[in-house]
Structures are given as C-alpha cells and as structure tokens.
Design a protein around this ligand. Structure first.
Ligand SMILES: [Mn+2]
Length: 351
C-alpha cells in the first residue's frame, strides 16, 4: 500500500513540511481548488502542485476530487460538454503523474453531519450526525444550513435541485452514472488512471435525495457497468460503515480480491442505537469497525493501492478544518502503518 494524506493546497494550515514527517508518508491527495465544477483545470496549477509535493519528498499522484457537475448527475443541460471537460481534466492530471482520481455521485451535498465539534469525554472534538438534531428539518420549507453543505447555493437553488433529483429518482441517477462512466472510464484507462468513486456519506437517502453508492448490491451494480480496474472504488470505511447493514471487512475482502479498490479511506465510526453516528479515534476499540480485520483483508488480498487516514478528531488544542487536523490523522496513519506491518509479517510467517 501507499500511505497518503489529504492536503488542501497552500491555504491548508498544515504544511507539506509537516506532512512529510509522518512515518511512511508517500502521496499527497489534493485537487485544483481555484476553478468551479465543469471548468478545465489550468495545467500550471496541476504542475505547481506536483512541484510543491516533490520539493518535500512527496508524490502528487492522487486527486480528490474532480467534482462531477450537478447537471451530469441530473442528465440535463450541456452534459456532453461537461463530460468532455471532465475527460480533459483526467488527461491533464495524468500528464503530471496522477494515477488515481476520486469523485462522488452524491446529489447536492457531499456529506451530512449535524455538528462538527462534538466534545467527547476526553476533551477531543469530532464530527457527528445525530438524528435528534436532524428532526424536523426540511430544506424544502426551512432556510437550513447544515455543516458541510455548499454555501454557494441559495435556498431557492437548493429547493430546485432537490425537486429535480426527486423527479429523476434513484433509477434516473443510475442512468446518468452509467452515461458518465461509459464516457470517462475509457479515457482513464487510456492514460493509466484509476477512477475511484467515493460512497455516499451516509449511505442512505437524506431529505428524500436519491443515493445509490451505498451497499454491496449497489457497488456490484456500479462496478459491472464498466468491468475494468479503471472503474474502481474509493472504499471509505467510515461512510459505508455508518450504516449497520454494511459488513465492512467482508466487503473490503471481496472488492480488494477483485482488484477493484484503488483507494482506501480508513476511518473509524461509532454507530449509536438510533442510527446516529460519531466519528472517533481510529482504534478498533474506539468505534464500531474492526480495523484489524479491515487491514488483514487488504493484506490477504495483496492490496497495493492508496490508503489515507480519512478524518481525524481535533486533539491537543488544534484548530482548523474539522476532520482535517494534523495530529489525529497522523496518529491514524501511524496506527494503520502498524496494522499493515503486523499483518504482512504474520502473513509471511504463516506461509
Ligand atoms: Mn471518505
């Protein structure tokens, strides 16, 4: 595996000089942030990112993400042009050494939480989603702003998008995903890039918005649309694991065994009785996911893709982008490194 770390570019309070000091750090996961979805990424911006990483002994070979324009997901407007732009961005990234491009197909909102700084008994804070806090919220009626929601939309635009997705429903979203994959995957294949779809977070409908990258049955369906390693998963344990119906170690073993995981987001999550969930420390004991079984499944199946600690808590007084502090993600990387070393050595001894 190649250990990686998400970096938000020059505006990120965490420097590449610090990231490189995390043991076993190999790759930077980033994107071009100064253009809107649906626009071509300037080559100078990609080249600059590559150079900054290389100056710090790191490799910029994972993009997270090239966002998919809402009109592609809705199958309306100038979809052909938007898909052409998307393909051009894949080519441009590949030209500068990118091997993996992450994206998602979630309507309107990338992720949903109700609080970004929930304090745990040990004083650390993390992102949570509590149904108690969701109760009674209706974006069609109220002017609500949940953390993580794109604030560039007006309430009117949000309502319009929600009703447009309501009209196409899940099957409409599948049709538009299929169209997208059939156009994009051959281009990725041609330039040696693996497309990695990030699952919906959380993996069930929110406010009636259709969500399809949610469970084993749907992942099977998605991978079958184009049967190629260039059409792969960004397997996010925290996103898929925030629903009890997903057996995460089993799914990791299956999809890694099929060579259809390009990128692993390894994150712990603690499921509560009412279906709410809290992000927490990476250790198996801290949450609902057995991290040892997850890493063992990867090692047993010869996984050689990218891994990153996904989110972390805020600890030791750190402030910054919720989920993306330095300290707890670094602790996560170190814990994951340890699990890999132990599983790899045990695997060799057993041979
Ligand atoms: Mn993730």
């Amino acid at each position: 595996m190649k250990m990686s770390f998400r970096w938000y570019g020059e505006s990120d309070p965490i420097s590449l000089e610090y990231i490189r000091q995390i043991p076993n750090m190999h790759s930077i996961v980033s994107a071009v942030y100064d253009v809107k979805p649906g626009e071509v990424w300037p080559e100078e911006s990609i080249a600059k990112m590559k150079q900054q990483c290389e100056e710090n002994g790191l490799v910029f070979d994972v993009v997270e993400s090239i966002p998919v324009h809402e009109d592609i997901k809705l199958g309306r407007g100038n979809v052909e042009h938007l898909i052409d732009v998307y393909c051009e961005n894949i080519r441009r990234c590949a030209k500068y050494g990118v091997k993996c491009v992450t994206y998602n197909f979630m309507p309107v909102f990338d992720w949903t939480r109700t609080q970004l700084d929930k304090k745990a008994p040990d004083g650390s804070t993390s992102l949570v989603m509590y149904w108690e806090q969701m109760k009674g919220l209706d974006p069609l009626k109220d002017d609500i702003h949940l953390p993580g929601w794109d604030s560039s939309y007006t309430q009117e635009e949000v309502r319009e998008l929600i009703s447009a997705y309501g009209e196409i429903g899940e099957e409409g979203l599948w049709i538009n995903l299929e169209k997208f994959l059939r156009a994009v995957v051959p281009v990725a294949e041609e330039c040696g890039v693996r497309m990695a779809i990030h699952p919906d977070d959380p993996p069930y409908p929110i406010f009636g918005l259709p969500r399809i990258i949610t469970c084993e049955e749907n992942l099977d369906r998605m991978l079958a649309i184009v049967d190629s390693p260039a059409n792969s998963l960004c397997f996010c344990t925290g996103s898929l694991g925030s629903a009890a119906f997903n057996d995460i170690p089993k799914m990791v073993r299956k999809y890694s065994g099929m060579d259809r995981i390009a990128f692993m987001h390894i994150r712990q999550v603690k499921l509560l009785e009412d279906g709410s969930f809290e992000e927490c420390g990476h250790l198996s004991d801290n949450g609902s996911l057995d991290m040892y079984e997850i890493v063992k499944a990867l090692v047993d199946t010869g996984f050689d893709g990218y891994v990153r600690p996904d989110h972390g808590r805020m600890i030791w007084g750190e402030t910054g982008k919720p989920g993306y502090g330095l300290y707890d993600r670094a602790l996560g990387a170190t814990y994951i490194n340890g699990l890999f070393e132990a599983c790899e050595k045990a695997g060799k001894e057993n041979k």
